[in-house]
Design a protein around this ligand. Structure first.
Ligand code: ZN
Length: 599
């Protein structure tokens, strides 16, 4: 008998009644007094002066954990409500309430962090030696190291206060500017008015004319407002650089590297290895151009489908496919995922009013996860489902770990998800029912390499060069276009016939003020995860225990130490990165050979 897995998630088991839930109301109301208590504790907390203060610190950390768990439980639940029904007004009210609760928590926590960092060295060392705090050494030292690179508390507070209007405000203005843009495009003989997001989605449309038209109209729209976007980008970068200068930081990469707990040397080794291995992907781009009947690939044809995968899977079949292949890599991954399917942790139904995209969120108090996506039966949906299950498995692996030690950075955040997705994507290629099908699935995989090794590389090159020029003064739109085109030519290894000069205006990631350099961590995560996957292929199901140990350590060591301890690899060397790239090169070569013999 086949078990039927529910396609709609079970949220009622968490808080019954959706956004009208009484239980949720009670939980949110309890948060108020809990926060007050935490704020009092924070105000009372003093700079440790003796080794015996370790106990106070440990107590405070427990309070941080308790408050965090409580806030995250409701925060994650409300996020699920918002995603499952974008029209749920009550949920959006609850969300504002929840964010202001989180903001109160953050500032009380910040005060504690600042007090801790003022501890003198001798006392600090004694604290770190204390048994109650040993477990938290990495995180506590990181708080201290970060704070030491900052200006005085008073000055930093002033910067934070001014950044609301003077920095983050520019990012919000960007969203407004983009929201205003409407594009008129003819699709299937009908003229449609579209938002930027909708027009962007046409980049993978099967009709070449539609792809070209949407690209050109978008490029025109960006060009028309280029001075506004240039002003916005220059202001964001200017604020950031001025802050760095005041803190005495010369390298704009210092902060993003610190956030991702990695060395510049590691970043250089990664891009170095990628730069040396562009040719197989350039060959792929050329092959693709030929298949599309062109003598070179245009920017707007990069995402074009060469052939479409027609194989479809019912949700039940997709779930079984995932479980069958997960099993080969580890009994725990399979068992965990089966539970997620059976217990209704996944929202997959194709219905209106759901928000686009997919995510996985953790409910720490009940130690559960929820996965959100819209499943319509394609192999790529199956891969997305596996991806999100990978995220959930990461949280599962972290369960024995203290809440304070679970905050992993963006560069390792995608390790478990990409790993799970790879298992399924590889199995799909192997199980393809025809050459046609195999080509479509392979291309899906190669497109990721093109995105991570070429497109994101060009974003990184652009951003570093722009920051260098911005140090000397405002960079006008015309120069931004030039920098972007140069970066694209280099990033794509000269493999494209045309560029997208206003890409710098079109990409939201350049305008995110909360995370600087929102690009290289993606490439890092992809390649890092590929090398974990390569190890798993070597070692089979026995690798799982080591794999889970690696996941448990993702938030308590640097990226370099993590790779050394669990993979025995030195990621500051190009040789490490080349191994992951080699797996992707194989896909590109197979694609070329399959499509060459096809005709
Ligand atoms: Zn992900």
């Amino acid at each position: 008998m086949t078990v039927k897995y529910p396609e709609v998630w079970d949220l009622d088991v968490l808080f019954p009644g959706g956004s009208e839930s009484q239980e949720l109301r009670v939980h949110m109301d309890e948060t108020g007094p809990k926060l007050e208590e935490f704020e009092k504790l924070s105000a009372k907390f003093e700079v440790p002066t003796k080794a015996e203060d370790a106990r106070n610190v440990a107590e405070v950390l427990e309070a941080v954990k308790e408050t965090m768990l409580h806030l995250r439980q409701s925060g994650a639940f409300i996020g699920c409500l918002m995603a499952q029904d974008t029209e749920d007004k009550k949920a959006s009210l609850l969300q504002s309430e929840s964010s202001s609760q989180s903001a109160r928590f953050s500032s009380a926590l910040q005060k504690i962090q600042q007090d801790l960092t003022r501890t003198d060295d001798e006392v600090w060392n004694a604290l770190m030696e204390d048994d109650t705090l040993k477990e938290f050494n990495f995180v506590l030292n990181e708080w201290r190291d970060k704070a030491r690179l900052l200006l005085s508390e008073k000055e930093e507070n002033l910067i934070t206060a001014l950044s609301m209007d003077g920095y983050h405000g520019w990012s919000q203005l960007y969203d407004m500017l983009v929201g205003e843009i409407k594009i008129k495009i003819t699709v299937d003989g009908q003229e449609k008015t579209m938002s930027v997001g909708q027009a962007n989605n046409l980049s993978s449309h099967s009709d070449a004319g539609v792809r070209k038209e949407s690209y050109e109209k978008l490029e025109n729209a960006w060009a028309e407002k280029e001075d506004f976007f240039a002003k916005t980008l220059n202001s964001i970068a200017g604020f950031r650089l001025e802050t760095y200068k005041k803190r005495g930081w010369d390298n704009p990469l210092q902060e993003p590297l610190q956030i991702n707990r990695m060395k510049q040397q590691t970043l250089d080794a990664m891009w170095g290895a990628i730069s040396k291995n562009k040719q197989p992907f350039v060959d792929y781009l050329n092959q693709k151009a030929q298949l599309l009947g062109k003598d070179g690939l245009e920017w707007y044809d990069v995402d074009a489908p060469v052939t479409e995968s027609t194989q479809t899977f019912s949700y039940q079949e997709g779930a079984e496919f995932i479980l069958e292949h997960f099993k080969k890599f580890g009994p725990e991954l399979e068992k965990f995922s089966r539970t997620a399917f059976e217990k209704g942790w996944i929202e997959a139904e194709d219905r209106p009013n759901k928000s686009p995209g997919g995510f996985c969120t953790g409910l720490p108090m009940t130690e559960e996860s929820r996965i959100f996506m819209t499943y319509s039966g394609s192999m790529s949906n199956v891969a997305t489902l596996a991806h999100e299950l990978g995220h959930a498995f990461h949280s599962h692996a972290l369960r024995p770990v203290h809440q304070i030690n679970r905050s992993y950075a963006m560069n390792v955040a995608e390790t478990a998800s990409t790993f799970a997705e790879m298992i399924v994507a590889d199995a799909a290629v192997k199980n393809a029912s025809s050459d046609e099908e195999k080509i479509a699935l392979l291309e899906d995989k190669i497109q990721r390499s093109v995105a991570f090794f070429m497109n994101i590389h060009s974003r990184f090159l652009f951003e570093t060069r722009f920051y260098e020029e911005r140090k000397k003064g405002v960079v006008p739109a015309s120069r931004l276009n030039e920098l972007m085109e140069q970066a694209q030519i280099e990033g794509f290894g000269g493999g494209l016939k045309s560029t997208h000069p206003h890409f710098w205006a079109s990409k939201l990631h350049f305008y995110i003020t909360y995370v600087p350099f929102y690009n290289f961590p993606y490439t890092f995560g992809y390649l890092f995860s590929l090398s974990v996957y390569a190890k798993a292929l070597e070692e089979g199901a026995g690798f799982e225990e080591k794999y889970m140990a690696l996941l448990r350590d993702t938030a308590v060591m640097t990226a370099e130490d993590l790779a050394l301890k669990h993979l025995g690899e030195d990621i500051t060397q190009e040789a490490f990165w080349e191994k992951g790239i080699a797996l992707c090169v194989k896909d590109a070569q197979e694609f070329i050979s399959l499509t060459s013999s096809a005709d």
